[in-house]
Design a protein around this ligand. Sequence first.
Ligand code: GLA
Length: 389
Amino acid sequence: MLNQAVYDELIAKFEATYGKKPQVVSYAPGRIEVLGNHTDYNEGYVFSTAINYGTFFAIVPNDLGVNRVTAGDLMHTVTFPLEGAKPVTEDTWANYVIGTVAGLAKIKPQTAGFDGMFLGNVPMGFGLSSSAALEMCTAKAVCGLYGIEADNVTLAKVGQAAEHDYAGCSCGLLDQISSLCGAYGKLVKTDFRTLKVETVDMGPNVCFLMCNPHAKHALVDGQYNSRRKACEEAAAYFAKVLSHPVRALRDVSMAEWEAYSNGLDEVVAKRAAHPIGEDERVLKGAKLLAAGDLAAFGQLLFDSHESSRVMFENSCKELDDVVEITKSVPGVLGARLSGGGFGGSVVVMVNARDAETAAQAIASAYAKKTGGAPCEVSRIQPSQGACLV
Ligand code: GLA
């Protein structure tokens, strides 16, 4: 089993804490966003993968009339009511669990409490969506325990609502869908209008490196939310000036942006260009993958980063430096920031046979460039999605 050691540690800690065995155990992975940045909430397209790191959630009913959840790494327990649980301001990790449980209770009200514990190994601060992994393993475990029938889209929306209402981030559905729908060796291609998900074989010759320069940036959620607002403002403008229906930026082409964006505030126009261009890159990328042209697909990652840097301004110097460095590393096919931006990591698509040497070359070139600050590199294998164990 993937991440067996984490599972074993969780079960031992669970039994020591609650004095009984779990009835249900679930698992959900983190994700990387490969191509299609800030397109999900604009009803566009994304290529992503579930990763080989994730979180397990163990659960058993209790007769206390409350829910208890323990973070298996911190060994802190938070207790919350079966109905009407509010976000907490201490131990804020619990908000992902509380919000998810509250969302599921709308589908089937809870009649008895549970004791739960989670433990994972998603590297923190890499932008690998450890929060979505936590939401989705919580969801799978709670559904398993109470016999709640819910499809992946429903579960993803429950996780998204937990982010919006309990964690304060107006995210799209990308992270949750990727965590649920991943498959070994595959990219997940999602249409965020129809919520149709396909998996696309990448073949054995490529893999990903996540390069984390440990850029610390404040107000990340505020920046994310402000980008989302700008996109919505632009979509409302295009709906007025274009003769066809526009519900979201997904409905606007780059040619239309070029013809009409001068009627928009300059900054809002720049923001809008990014998801519009990203949608076009994802669709082009799908054709390139089908044709086996990995080199041209990789170039789209570089183009995506450039659009983030210049138009969406959700990059930062540290991420830009890493991307620049990768351009002269043998075996690298493409690189870009992955996820919300303003920090986090660069995803590097690399020929599998060159992965080790490329990882070392990137880490040492970054240290040299910045005068010693390390860039942490983690090799990622596209892997299975969330499941019951
Ligand atoms: C974060 C959000 C996602 C998505 C990406 C950017 O990961 O949680 O919903 O918007 O940023 O593509």
